[in-house]
Design a protein around this ligand. Structure first.
Ligand code: SF4
Length: 436
């Protein structure tokens, strides 16, 4: 029987040494990093779900592509290895692929980065998947069986999520605190110009509830009351029946995190259902206090209106995790002080702060590239969201690095962290689902 090994490179990465130390010592940051590191890579589990029973499969999620991993994969004598990586981990993915190919193993590489940089990825693997993997997966397997994989696979049309198979969650094996990922849509109808997720894999699509129900049933077989992270970019921005979606999730007896935009705070019925369905926390892109990114569409608004929406979300018993981007045009030492003050005085139950990062395929990257502002000495391994990769317009690279650390230190210090922890508890006490 032919064998395919799936190898997603997962986990957060940070290059800058001082920030790395800081991240390890700040509880709020470490907690979120660990939670993200536990999340299964849904893309490859989904491909495993559509792999015919005539193939055997294995799954090796890893934060480091070391020699042990190489030997473990080689030990399975796979006919094909499928690797997925984000920009920050793609250099490790290339190195892993080079080592496997040197030992005669055929490697296919996919994901957002490979989709945007297929020529570069093609230097390190036998085949690059550009765009959605599902429509071309059977062809790749057929070609691997006959030893004739092609350099590039690209779907002829946008993949219909109604055809989605149930991901093979059982490949994850025993884990101490299992968390599951569930995708209810792909992409986003908005187009913020820094966003590397909204449209790179094709137009915005929503998964039919029947498929979601099947996936939840598979998860419930492993865990009757699971922790879920919806692998969506903006869960309620489309036009579907949210009541049906949320009642389906509610019946899975799950607790979950998702990403949306602040406008859900102006939909009281939705908030009520969201709380009842087990939503613990919703990530909301508040973005920059100094720059209005093009493409934000209706997400663009006055901060007063956004924070009123945050209050409504939290009054419903769901923690709002405000996400801020540091380093946009106009950022200065003074604006970073204002950001610290804004966050510390806000009623946000959780906060996420990252550096502006010009990912491949984004309008932001094209602009910074045309302006000659991308830093040539920062390779892809710096595209972590925590390392500076371009020249800011008002301050130096060093100032931005120092300023970012200052913001992180102030926002995640133990007093601020404790205050948000108490706030979160008081928010969840308002949620009828969590009171019982
Ligand atoms: S709303 Fe979020 S997911 Fe949608 S384009 Fe903007 S940043 Fe991307």
């Amino acid at each position: 029987m032919p064998h395919v090994a799936f190898v997603p490179l997962t986990g957060l990465r940070v290059r800058e040494a001082e920030l790395l130390d800081l991240g390890m010592s700040l509880p709020g940051l470490a907690r979120r990093a660990n939670a993200l590191a536990e999340l299964p890579a849904l893309g490859l589990l989904t491909l495993a779900g559509m792999t015919p029973a005539t193939w055997s499969c294995s799954y090796h999620d890893t934060a480091t592509a070391d020699e042990q991993l190489v030997e473990r994969v080689l030990g399975e004598s796979p006919d094909l290895v499928a690797i997925s990586a984000l920009t920050a981990s793609v250099t490790e993915a290339y190195s892993l692929s080079d080592k496997l190919r040197a030992r005669g193993i055929s490697v296919v590489l996919g994901g957002l980065h490979a989709t945007c940089e297929p020529d570069e990825a093609g230097l390190h693997c036998d085949s690059v998947v550009v765009g959605d993997g599902e429509p071309v997966w059977q062809q790749i397997l057929d070609d691997a069986t006959s030893g004739s994989v092609r350099p590039t696979y690209r779907a002829a049309s946008v993949y219909d999520l109604a055809d989605s198979p149930v991901p093979r969650f059982e490949l994850l094996g025993e884990r101490s605190r299992p968390r599951f990922t569930l995708q209810t849509e792909r992409g986003c109808p908005l187009a913020c110009d820094f966003c590397g997720a909204s449209r790179l894999l094709g137009s915005f699509r929503e998964k039919p509830v029947a498929n979601i129900r099947d996936e939840l049933a598979a998860i419930n077989q492993i865990d009757p009351s699971p922790w879920l992270e919806l692998a969506d970019d903006n869960t309620f921005a489309g036009g579907r029946d949210t009541e049906l979606l949320l009642s389906t999730i509610e019946s899975a007896n799950a607790r979950f995190f998702t990403e949306a935009d602040w406008r859900i705070g102006e939909r009281p019925e939705l908030l009520k259902q969201l709380a009842a369905s087990g939503c613990v926390q919703v990530l909301l892109g508040i973005e920059s206090l100094v720059f209005r990114y093009p493409g934000m569409g209706p997400k663009q608004s006055e901060f007063q209106r956004i924070m009123t929406a945050v209050d409504a979300i939290q009054d419903a018993g769901i923690v709002a995790n405000g996400c801020f981007i540091v380093g946009a045009d106009g950022e200065t030492d003074e604006s970073l002080d204002r950001l610290i003050k804004f966050i510390l005085n806000s009623r946000l139950g959780e906060v996420q702060i990252t550096l502006q990062t010009p990912f491949p395929g984004t309008a932001l990257r094209r602009k910074l590239s045309i302006d000659g502002r991308l830093l040539a000495d920062r390779d892809w391994s710096h595209y972590t969201l925590f390392d500076v990769t371009y020249r800011p317009d008002q301050i130096s690279v060093k100032q931005l690095e120092r300023g970012f650390r200052r913001v992180i230190r102030a926002v995640f210090d133990s007093a601020a962290n404790k205050k948000r922890g108490e706030l979160r508890k008081s928010i969840w006490r308002k949620n009828p689902r969590f009171r019982t």
